[in-house]
Design a protein around this ligand. Structure first.
Ligand code: HEM
Length: 482
C-alpha cells in the first residue's frame, strides 16, 4: 500500500516519542498537553458537555495537523491519504477493536464490539450472507410496502411530521421484519414508535458514560427488570423489548419446526454455523440482533436532503420521471445523478460518528477517524458545506474519500440494504411531492419545511456513536399538502 510505510513511520515516531517514553515532554505532542496526560479531557467534552468531543477534535486538526492525540493512548486522523492503510481490506492485516467500544455499548459480546480480529470475522461471517445483494433483493416487496405506508402517513398527516421519527419507523420496521420475519409495526402506530425511539436515544446517550466508567454499563446490564422498569417510560419500553420480545423471538425461531422460517431470518446462518454453543445462547443472539437493528435505524434515518436546492431537485425529479411507477432496484441503480444525491446526503450527514480501529504498530494504540470532520476537508471536497451531487460524477475518484460506511473488515455490513432503503423511499417522495412554494405555484402534492433551523434541527450538534441534533430539537419537520 502506497501510504502504509509513511503511516507506520508517522505513527511509530509519534508514539515512540510520546506514548512510550517517560522522558519526552508531552507538550511536543500534536495536540493539547492535557489530552496526552489524561482521558478526563475527552471525558469532559463527551460526558460533561454531552457528545461534544468531535468539535474539539475538528479544532485540534485545524491547529495541529492531520494526526492529533486526543487522549493518552488514542490518536485521531484526518488525512484521506491514510484511509486505505488505516482501514485495510479483508485479509490484509488484523485490526483488533479497542476494548472501550464494547464497554461503550454495555454489550461487549456482540459483533461490532468484538475486540479480537479473528473472533469478529467468525461472528461477521455467519451473518454476512444475510446482507448480500441477492438476499437484500428478496426484501424489495417489503421495502415497497413500507414506502407506501410512509407516503400514506404523510397523506393523512394533519400536523407537521417529524421526518426523522417517520424514517426511523420505516428503517426499524424494514430491518426487524427482515431479521425476524415479524416487526413492531411502528409505521402503523399512532405515535410512530416514539417511546421506543426515545429509549434507544437514551441508550445511545449513555455510551460515553459507559466508555469512561464501564462499571456503570455493567451495573445497568445486571440491574433486574423491576429496577429498570422504574427508570421512566423510555427505558421501561426498551427493557420490555430487550428482555421479552427479542429473547422470546430468538426462542421461537430456534424451536420452529419450519426450516424455511429459520433460514429466512438473520439466525439462519448463526444457528447452523460451527460457532461454539456459548455463541448461540438466546441472550447473545438477542443482543447481537438488537445491536444490528440499532445499527440500522438511526443511521438510515439520519441522511437529510435539503429542499433549499431547487435546481438540484428539478434535475433529480426529471431523472426519476423516466422511471416506471414502481421502479426496480436495478432501474434506480442506473441513475447516476440520483445516486450522487444520496452519496452527497450521506457525506454531509453521515450516520456514524467516529469509526475506530486499532493499529498493530504499536499494539494498544487506538485510532479513529470521524466522517463528519473528514467529509468536510476543503482540499478534497471543494466548498465542503455546499450540497453538490455533481462532484461525485465529475470526479469518480472522490469515492475513495467517502467514509460514510467506513471501510475494511469492520465497515458497514449492510451497505446494500441501507442504500436500497434510502433510494426507494427517497425516489418515491421525490416522484410524488414538489417543494411547496408560498403563493401556490405548485398544483400537486407538496412538502413544506416547517419551523426547521439548520443549526438546531439539521446539523450535527453532538455525537453518541450516531450523530445527534441539538437537545430538545424535533429535527426536520415537514407539512404535507395534497
Ligand atoms: C445510511 C445508513 C447507514 C450508514 C451511514 C451506516 C454506517 C456504518 C458505519 C460507518 C459502520 C462502521 C462503524 C464502526 O466502525 O464502528 C457501520 C457498521 C455496521 N452497520 Fe451500518 N450503516 C448504515 C445502515 C445500516 C443498516 C441498515 C444496518 C443493518 C440493518 C447496518 C448494520 C451495521 C452493522 C451490523 C455494523 C457493524 C459491522 C461490524 O462490526 O463488522 N448499518 N455502519
Amino acid at each position: 500500500m502506497e501510504h502504509d510505510e509513511e503511516l507506520r513511520r508517522k505513527v511509530a515516531v509519534f508514539t515512540n516519542s510520546t506514548l512510550h517514553s517517560d522522558t519526552s515532554p508531552p507538550c511536543q505532542n500534536p495536540g493539547p498537553r492535557i489530552a496526552a496526560l489524561t482521558s478526563w479531557y475527552e471525558c469532559y467534552y463527551d460526558v460533561w458537555l454531552g457528545g461534544h468531543c468531535f468539535r474539539t477534535i475538528a479544532k485540534m486538526h485545524q491547529k495541529y495537523g492531520p494526526i492529533v492525540r486526543i487522549s493518552p493512548n488514542e490518536v485521531h486522523f484526518n488525512d484521506l491519504d491514510f484511509i486505505d492503510s488505516l482501514y485495510p481490506g479483508a485479509g490484509e492485516r488484523k485490526t483488533n477493536r479497542p476494548v472501550m467500544v464494547g464497554k461503550q455499548s454495555g454489550t461487549p459480546d456482540y459483533m461490532t464490539a468484538t475486540e479480537d480480529h479473528d473472533m469478529h470475522r467468525r461472528r461477521r461471517a455467519v451473518i454476512n450472507p444475510f446482507f448480500s445483494v441477492a438476499s437484500v433483493r428478496k426484501l424489495e416487496p417489503v421495502i415497497r410496502q413500507h414506502t407506501e405506508k410512509v407516503l400514506a402517513r404523510l397523506e393523512q398527516a394533519t400536523e407537521p411530521v417529524e421526518m426523522n421519527l417517520l424514517f426511523k419507523a420505516y428503517a426499524n420496521d424494514t430491518v426487524v421484519q427482515y431479521a425476524f420475519g415479524v416487526c413492531f409495526h411502528f409505521l402503523d402506530d399512532a405515535e410512530c414508535g416514539k417511546p421506543y425511539f426515545k429509549a434507544v436515544d437514551m441508550f445511545f446517550s449513555l455510551n460515553h458514560l459507559f466508555g469512561h466508567w464501564p462499571f456503570i454499563g455493567w451495573m445497568v446490564g445486571k440491574a433486574p427488570g423491576w429496577v429498570m422498569r422504574n427508570f421512566g417510560e423510555g427505558l421501561r419500553e426498551m427493557w420490555r423489548r430487550k428482555w421479552y420480545w427479542w429473547i422470546q423471538k430468538v426462542g421461537e425461531i430456534r424451536t420452529s419446526n419450519d426450516p424455511e422460517r429459520v433460514k429466512s431470518t438473520i439466525f439462519g446462518g448463526v444457528l447452523n454455523s460451527s460457532l461454539p454453543d456459548a455463541e448461540n445462547t438466546d441472550l447473545r443472539l438477542a443482543s447481537e440482533t438488537q445491536l444490528v437493528i440499532f445499527a440500522g435505524e438511526g443511521t438510515t434515518a439520519n441522511p437529510k436532503i435539503s429542499s433549499t436546492h431547487p435546481s438540484i431537485l428539478a434535475t433529480v425529479k426529471a431523472k426519476l420521471s423516466s422511471l416506471p411507477d414502481s421502479p426496480s432496484f436495478a432501474q434506480i441503480d442506473a441513475l447516476p445523478y440520483f445516486n450522487a444525491v444520496i452519496q452527497e446526503t450521506i457525506r454531509l450527514h453521515p450516520g456514524v460518528s467516529v469509526v475506530y480501529g486499532e493499529y498493530v504498530i504499536p499494539a494498544g494504540v487506538t485510532y479513529g477517524m470521524t466522517p463528519t470532520i473528514l467529509h468536510k476537508t476543503a482540499s478534497v471536497f471543494k466548498n465542503p458545506e455546499e450540497f453538490r451531487p455533481e462532484r461525485w460524477i465529475e470526479n469518480p475518484k472522490l469515492s475513495r474519500a467517502f467514509m460514510g460506511f467506513s471501510r475494511g473488515p469492520r465497515g458497514c455490513i449492510a451497505v446494500n440494504l441501507a442504500r436500497r432503503e434510502i433510494s426507494v423511499l427517497l425516489a418515491a417522495l421525490l416522484v410524488k411531492y414538489d417543494v411547496y412554494e408560498e403563493g401556490g405555484g405548485k398544483m400537486g402534492p407538496t412538502l413544506q419545511v416547517f419551523d426547521t433551523a439548520k443549526e438546531r434541527d439539521i446539523d450535527t450538534n453532538s455525537e453518541y456513536i450516531i450523530p445527534a441534533v441539538a437537545r430538545g430539537s424535533k429535527g426536520l419537520r415537514m407539512v404535507a399538502r395534497r
